[in-house]
Design a protein around this ligand. Structure first.
Ligand SMILES: [Zn+2]
Length: 124
């Protein structure tokens, strides 16, 4: 798990808010997997470590952003979705205006999908 090294070395400090959110989502999915395994009777010795990492990460994200992420997470399984090369939201498959992509790539600002309201990120 490459993400593990990432957290352990504390390299996450200087990342963009959006990158932090994406990492938070990955972490939340791991936590979810672990609790699912626990339900099935497997041991989950890494859970505490994961929860601690999540706490540290969440502390670095601005409160309003974290709040909207949590809200979206309740509504959808994935609160943050990638945008395809043809500028389609992979959450709801709506075609986004091309002007949005340049904003999403360069700014610190987080972009929400006009169709489904999820947080968007561009892979490249
Ligand atoms: Zn969408």
């Amino acid at each position: 798990m490459s993400l593990w090294k990432y957290f352990r070395k504390g390299k996450i400090l200087e990342k963009k808010q959006l990158d932090l959110l994406v990492a938070l989502q990955d972490l939340d999915m791991m936590i979810e997997e672990i609790s699912e395994m626990k339900r099935l009777g497997f041991s989950a010795d890494r859970e505490d470590e994961l929860l601690k990492a999540r706490e540290d990460l969440a502390a670095k994200i601005k409160k309003p952003l974290l709040y909207s992420y949590e809200k979206l997470k309740k509504r959808y399984k994935r609160a943050i979705v990638p945008v395809k090369e043809d500028n389609t939201c992979l959450g709801c498959f709506i075609r986004l205006p091309t002007s949005m992509s340049s904003i999403g790539r360069t700014d610190e600002e987080v972009i929400y999908c006009e169709g489904c309201g999820r947080i968007l990120y561009w892979l490249t």
